[in-house]
Design a protein around this ligand. Sequence first.
Ligand SMILES: Nc1ncnc2c1ncn2[C@@H]1O[C@H](COP(=O)(O)OP(=O)(O)OP(=O)(O)O)[C@@H](O)[C@H]1O
Ligand SMILES: [Mg+2]
Length: 319
Amino acid sequence: MNETVHIKNLDIRSGSRTLVSSVNLKVEDGEIFGLVGESGSGKTLTAKSAIGLLPENLELSAEEIITAGSNIIQMSKKEKRLHIGRNTGYIPQNTVFYLHPMIKIKNQIGDGYMHHMKKGRDEAMKKASELLSKVGFENPKNILNLYPWQLSGGMRQRVNIAMALMNDPKLIIADEPTTALDSTVQKQVMELFRGINEEMGISVLLISHDLSLIKRYSRSMAVMYAGQIVESGSTEQVFRDPRHPYTRMLIKIIPSFKIKKNEPLTEIPGYVQEDGGDGKGCVFMKRCPYAMDICAEIVKEHEEDKHYYKCNLDRGFYE
Ligand SMILES: Nc1ncnc2c1ncn2[C@@H]1O[C@H](COP(=O)(O)OP(=O)(O)OP(=O)(O)O)[C@@H](O)[C@H]1O
Ligand SMILES: [Mg+2]
């Protein structure tokens, strides 16, 4: 199987502070991949690295960042912009407020398409109408003539999705796409992602605090903690047989599966470490009920049948 995204050994720093370290992440062609973790764990920065959108003040190093078939690390800024613009769609965090409220939809939806695909306005409007009806609008022409402030949050998010689909991308990155929406609309939006994924074969990197959503919609997943991926694998494997104490706590302790936004997990004592764990040892040690002296020194990595976890406890520990 091919990889739509393959990040190898990603580190992100802000001066002397490590924000993301040793991240390896692979999104296979045609899958929904869920990235979960509490606030500040590095999800957004990891996703932004895959599309060359890391804030300028941060330093990135990685062996490879393959996105939509090409290693973007080797590209010039211009090449990167073109490649990303043509092949990926991005729905940033808090995008319910992303569209400019006072500019009509038709003047926002076609710009990237005309620019990257070298098409005229008529073609852009035709494509936009098709996609607006695909995302569930019965009267797309009417929508094109509205201002975003005239739409509900769910409608705006559907416009964002249509916008992300304009260039027929291979990959869509959706960062907390349903956080601001109520549960009925949340379900509609997620079903839409599922439909896009199944019918159009577009891979989706889905970032969410909501474990139940990841469980329901993604085929593979990774759990981030303090700038590192502590466990990853197929969603089925991770939920059936969680191996990292943090993942186990998330799955077992939190009945609703929801990690609250911008709040530490009260159920798990302690906070995400300020420093992503520059040095040695385990980043979760201070909150881990099984921590041993060795955890301050080193942390073992295990991988079996694509199920990865990073912990000094062996496979048999919980049995
Ligand atoms: N431009 C920046 N400069 C310095 N530090 C940053 C910058 N952007 C993010 N950070 C820090 O990097 C860490 C990871 O941020 P990131 O936005 O990736 O977290 P996240 O997992 O997406 O969190 P949330 O769930 O709240 O969106 C945080 O500690 C954040 O404060
Ligand atoms: Mg984020």
